[in-house]
Design a protein around this ligand. Structure first.
Ligand code: SF4
Ligand code: SF4
Length: 342
């Protein structure tokens, strides 16, 4: 039985790594100890958030927390945000200045495309930007700041960033006042390693290609006819095939070794956010991503004792239809780069 997190100014959530690596555990503990000294700030430590089922005690605790949230974990910030989202912990992407950055929207601003900031020029009329799921179903106004633990080794670096997020930068580092601290809650529950796709709904256009492509019943639709990872544990471990056929680069496998597929992103010039999967995470040179995806799917079909299907006519037709659909901001960026023959 665990106690509920008590009311406090803010809660910092620490998602532990999957391994027992003492260095990782030391960093997690170091951050918890430092944050726990800040007045009114609670610390909730949970197992790895990707492995936890929605009905877990950890997500029950998280669902009781209102207001902004800071979450530190061993996965890319974008991956962490959308894992939380699929488990009902929803909000806007909060700005993080440590390591990779997440774009913080100005108050009230809604962009059509996660790859393009709100300062981008209006799209050309013949290149209309398609709706994303978050445009149709906006998330709550609260900010969720996800910090990637892989970017630093020093707990003080994380402490500084968390204080900045909490607006406590001006607090004296050393004080003669007694340290009261918040509440420290550690949730211990058994988890096992999982492998399933996570959808970035700020990119997803609800095109349903992933439902048609996956032959293992992972995807479904919800009551609003929106795409849903319905049976995550049906996914075949280690295979990222559907991430290659998603035209919006919206499918993340947080544990994949290629940073692009695991949710990394970086910011290019003029505020464009570039999805590395377009540049570095694509299959080997001259290898068509659709061919790669079909091959990976065939490998999994064989392992499951089923017949392979390769690139069937339906897949070809769907991909042709999708490539003639309105371009998104990233497509436009890639087209511009192509023009420069980069
Ligand atoms: S293929 Fe990508 S964009 Fe299309 S519904 Fe699936 S996740 Fe969304
Ligand atoms: S990786 Fe393969 S099994 Fe898993 S969801 Fe994608 S297509 Fe389905």
């Amino acid at each position: 039985m665990i106690s509920a997190v008590q009311e406090a100014t803010c809660t910092v959530v620490i998602s532990r790594g999957q391994s027992r690596n003492p260095k990782k555990r030391g960093l997690e503990q170091g951050i918890a100890d430092e944050i726990g000294k800040i007045n009114g700030v609670n610390v909730l430590t949970i197992p790895h958030l990707y492995d936890l089922p929605k009905a877990s005690d950890s997500y029950q605790q998280l669902s009781q927390i209102e207001g902004d949230l800071v979450v530190v974990s061993w996965i890319y910030s974008r991956a962490a945000h959308w894992i939380l989202d699929r488990n009902g912990i929803q909000g806007q992407v909060g700005l993080v200045n440590l390591g990779e950055s997440e774009e913080d929207e100005p108050d009230g601003a809604v962009t059509d495309d996660a790859n393009v900031t709100s300062t981008d020029p209006e799209p050309e009329s013949d290149n209309l930007v398609v709706d994303r799921v978050t445009d149709l179903y906006p998330r709550p106004d609260r900010k969720i700041h996800c910090i990637d633990l892989k970017v630093e080794n020093d707990p003080q670096a994380f402490l500084g960033e968390i204080k900045r997020i909490l607006g406590m930068e001006a607090s004296p580092a050393d004080t003669s006042l007694p340290i009261v601290g918040g509440q420290l809650v550690q949730v211990e529950e058994q988890t096992s390693r999982r492998w399933y796709p996570v959808i970035d709904f700020s990119r997803c256009t609800n095109c349903m290609e992933c439902v048609d492509f996956c032959l293992f019943g992972v995807y479904g639709v919800d009551g609003t006819e929106s795409i849903l990872v319905e049976q995550p544990d049906n996914c075949r471990k280690g295979c990222p095939a559907c991430s290659r056929v998603c035209p919006a680069n919206a499918i993340i496998f947080p544990q994949h070794k290629a940073p692009a597929i695991a949710g990394a992103e970086t910011e290019g010039e003029e505020g464009f956010k570039i999805d590395l999967s377009q540049l570095f995470g694509a299959p080997k040179k001259n290898e068509d991503p659709i061919e790669t995806a079909a091959r990976e799917r065939d490998e999994q079909l064989l392992l499951a004792g089923r017949d392979t299907i390769g690139i069937d006519e339906q897949l070809k037709k769907r991909q042709a239809d999708l490539s003639s659909s309105p371009k998104d901001g990233l497509d436009q960026l890639i087209d511009s780069l192509d023009e420069f023959d980069l």
